[in-house]
Design a protein around this ligand. Structure first.
Ligand code: ATP
Length: 268
């Protein structure tokens, strides 16, 4: 099996306050893998370790076969691009923001982007549907448009691996679907390896080849959506009563929450 990311016995955290431990999993090349789990389970902490923002206390992370610990920031940025939960950009145009994705490829002391940089940025602004708005400042965009700009910038990095931390968290269903359909298309057409943190279990199920479910800093279960999104797993990890059924079109598991009112009526 060809893996883009390999994680073995990973341990890291924040000064005894919170630690993820014994995390081992592989992200298969060309697949869309999602990390799910309740608030505070350690999803972003795991991402920070993969992206080098948080030191690893134990274990190894290999990116395309190379120990991530031995990679420079620039080398890592040529292998994986990140879309964070919140987009931090204010008085900068969309175009300049997206062009920042070319920085890992700039020669030392290079001040200006090349024609090729512009061409790559244009292609990705068109792909994400923000080309017409490219002169607008980032702080004049809606949350959804900012997310699209962040994805355009990540794609402009031209990496084989894309990491997204809750890219749809503040979006309505139409923007959620637009972003996830785009990510899925890139995954399928360009063999992009995608690792996604996502809260919505139904979207995770619909779009992912594989799910990794975290609970309290460890992997509770992993596998296909059918294997992971079971009634038992969801109740034990989220402490919430649900019913799971199949999506009539895609066949993927669908999760229906059950309110206390209906639960108690049916169990009386
Ligand atoms: N910089 C930090 N210093 C200390 N503790 C932190 C820090 N960042 C996060 N934590 C703690 O680590 C734990 C895991 O946080 P993390 O952000 O990884 O969870 P998460 O699964 O991504 O949660 P969410 O779904 O709410 O985004 C939480 O208890 C959080 O309070």
């Amino acid at each position: 099996m060809d893996n883009a990311i390999e994680i073995e016995n990973l341990q890291c955290g924040y000064n005894h306050k919170f630690t993820i431990r014994d995390i081992s999993f592989n992200v298969e090349r060309g697949k869309l893998t999602s990390i799910i789990g309740p608030n505070g389970a350690g999803k972003t902490t795991l991402f920070r370790a993969i992206t080098g923002m948080l030191p690893v206390q134990q274990g190894t992370i290999r990116i395309n076969g190379t120990d991530a610990f031995r990679m420079t920031h620039k080398a890592r940025a040529k292998q994986l691009a990140i879309v964070n939960q919140t987009v931090e950009a204010d008085f900068i145009s969309i175009e300049d923001y997206v062009l920042m994705g070319r920085l890992p490829y700039h020669a030392p002391l290079q001040l200006f982007e090349s024609k090729e940089d512009y061409a790559i940025a244009e292609k990705n602004m068109r792909l994400t549907g923000i080309w017409e708005k490219r002169a607008k400042l980032m702080n004049q965009l809606s949350g959804g448009e900012q997310q699209l700009a962040a994805i355009a910038r990540a794609l402009t990095q031209q990496t084989e691996i894309l990491l997204l931390d809750e890219p749809t968290s503040h979006l309505d269903i139409s923007h959620q679907m637009r972003i996830l359909n785009l990510v899925q298309r890139l995954n399928q057409e360009q063999n992009l390896t995608v690792l996604l943190i996502i809260h919505d279990l139904n979207l995770a199920s619909e779009f992912s080849d594989r799910l990794i479910m975290l609970k309290e800093g460890s992997i509770h279960s992993s596998g296909t959506p059918e294997e992971v999104l079971t009634y038992d797993n969801i109740e034990s990890v989220y402490d919430t009563l649900v019913i799971t059924q199949s999506n009539p079109l895609s066949g993927k598991p669908c999760v229906f929450p059950v309110s206390d009112k209906h639960h108690f009526i049916n169990t009386k």
